[in-house]
Design a protein around this ligand. Structure first.
Ligand SMILES: *Cc1c(COP(=O)(O)O)cnc(C)c1O
Length: 421
């Protein structure tokens, strides 16, 4: 793509419009249903609906389920969906075919791969992670450690720099989220995996905030296990099935404890005892959620011919534009950058701290700028490159500047807390 603002700041809205005209991904936005009048910077929490997804879900409901009924398990290929969808995701995360399945939720998949990883390293009892990791990841690890009941424990570091020192001979697994949901900080997957392996630990990578936003190379990094989310950058819809990767070299030895019939070597033999399937299928548990998995399947079609390096280039340029404008407009209003300033170390989001971040975000949402608040004090803005425009980044910074300068966020209604932030 032509240079889009990484080394030249955009000073005017006209320039931002010019960047959109030159953007080779600009037309992708038309594939989505984007409500009028919104600047949607929350695709890292819930991606928007594509027209293809809407049409596919209607077809699955009316024709496949409505008319085809039980026959659609074979005729419409429902039974293969976890693998078909997994293979589409494999391309996005640098994994070979037949090493990824779509299934369950991210939390449940984490339980499965973490348990498998711990079991592969039986003389060790410690799982290392970051205290700032997404809470469900930590909760799942805690639950697994308690269930394992042999002195297993979770060891948390407060800074990525402490990871090397935490990796001693007791560590079974290093469990990290590749891009931090709070700050957007990116871990070096290859270097960190190498370090873990040097210390005899396996790695579990959570790709919730990287899959679909940047190129990934699980094979090249020699990662052991990975999981990720279907409803963020992959746009699979609310509660979409998640995905799971196990390195081919581990698949025949890895055993996961949610040994349901879909992970059996021959589910329709109805044997009374469990025998794991060969390969990645052993990580399946029960019947796939066909309607939502079909939605994810259709959403992934938009990535089919996508050059992920180009996607990343646009993501960096969008974040850089927003960041530069916010720095220019919002200095002196208590906003401080918590994302890395260096684009190479930052995912597809920009986060700022503000003492009244909740109220500021509510005021922004009232103005049609949808980002999100992450406790205790973070304003988080996601820049999904598939459908976000340069003018969106430009306008969002302007509106944030106005909301801060006018103090409109102080209105009492903006401090009323809702269940989902
Ligand atoms: C979004 C997210 C999850 C979500 O897990 P669910 O099981 O889908 O609720 C897990 N981990 C990370 C790092 C996330 O960002």
């Amino acid at each position: 793509m032509t240079r889009t603002g990484t080394d030249e700041a955009i000073g005017s809205r006209e320039e931002a419009e010019a960047f959109d005209r030159r953007d080779p991904l600009a037309a992708m936005r038309d594939a989505f249903h984007m409500p009028e009048g919104l600047i949607y910077l929350d695709g890292n929490s819930l991606g928007p609906m594509s027209h293809g997804v809407r049409d596919r879900v209607r077809d699955v409901i009316e024709r496949e389920w409505g008319d085809g009924l039980i026959g659609s398990w074979n005729a419409a290929g429902w039974v293969d969906l976890p693998r078909r969808v997994g293979d589409k995701i494999a391309r996005l995360i640098g994994a070979p075919q037949a090493s990824v399945v779509a299934a369950d939720s991210t939390s449940v998949n984490l339980f499965k791969v973490l348990a498998a990883a711990v079991a592969l390293n039986p003389s060790r009892r410690v799982i290392v992670s970051e205290r700032s990791n997404f809470p469900t990841d930590l909760y799942i690890a805690e639950g697994l450690a308690a269930l394992a009941g042999q002195g297993h424990e979770l060891r948390l570091v407060d800074d990525p720099a402490e990871i090397p020192a935490a990796l001693d001979e007791t560590v079974a697994v290093l469990m990290l989220t590749h891009v931090s949901y709070r700050t957007g900080l990116v871990h070096d997957m290859a270097a960190t995996t190498r370090l873990a392996h040097e210390h005899g630990a396996l790695t579990v990578w959570d790709l919730a905030h990287s899959a679909g936003a940047m190129p990934l190379d699980l094979s090249g990094a020699d990662a052991d296990f990975a999981i990720g989310c279907g409803y963020k950058y992959l746009n699979g819809g609310p509660g979409a099935p998640a995905f799971l990767y196990a390195a081919p070299r581990l698949q025949e030895r890895a055993v996961q404890p949610l040994s349901g019939w879909f992970g059996h070597a021959a589910p329709f033999r109805f044997d009374s005892s469990y025998e794991p399937a060969q390969g990645i299928d052993r990580f399946l548990t029960g019947t796939p959620a066909v309607i939502s998995m079909s939605a994810l399947d259709a959403a992934l079609d938009l990535f089919e011919t996508m050059d992920l390096a180009r996607l990343r280039e646009k993501s960096v340029a969008l974040c850089e534009l927003f960041l530069t404008r916010v720095e220019a407009l919002c200095g002196g209003y208590g906003v401080s950058l918590v994302s890395p300033r260096d684009a190479a170390r930052r995912g597809s989001q920009v986060s700022f701290a503000h003492p009244d971040a909740y109220a500021v975000m509510q005021a922004l949402i009232a103005r049609g700028v949808i980002g999100d608040f992450r406790a205790p004090d973070i304003l988080r803005f996601g820049f999904a490159p598939l459908y976000t425009r340069f003018v969106d980044a430009f306008d969002a910074a302007e509106i944030l500047g106005e909301v801060l300068a006018s103090g409109e966020w102080r209105r009492p209604e903006f401090s009323v807390r809702r269940a989902v932030t």
